[in-house]
Design a protein around this ligand. Sequence first.
Ligand SMILES: [Zn+2]
Ligand SMILES: [Zn+2]
Length: 152
Amino acid sequence: MKGYRDMSQAFSGGCLCGGARFTCAAPPIVSGHCQCTDCRKSSGTGHCTHVAVPKAAFAVTGNVAGYARPADSGNIVTRAFCPKCGCALYSINEAMPDLVFLRASALDDPEIAKPQMVVYASRAPSWDMIDPALPSFPVMPQGGAEKAIADA
Ligand SMILES: [Zn+2]
Ligand SMILES: [Zn+2]
């Protein structure tokens, strides 16, 4: 975790059974909801809430399994979960190798997540309503979520 000596903003998370734990030594870069079909199917509800953090500040301990599958873009997204309790932990997108997308649901303190946007809103089920004040994009905005927030 070199480069992240100031641990005052560190936070942690983990799965339901405690078999997989992670820490992050830096504050989130961006956070948002994704209503794509893959997020819905892996979430237990209509969307996932992701918290993007620098990979260099991220560390995981314990047993983690991964499921890799191409996103719309064709980029491979690997979703990490606990092989014992099935809890979703984070995902990694091969197109953004410096970032880890933590699941807000796995954070010890879910208030760390401050969602700033909604992507893939066009795929949302009618009952999955998210704060209408948030910027919302029908699919992934051009240049990705990080750029959309910078431009917003
Ligand atoms: Zn577990
Ligand atoms: Zn998604």
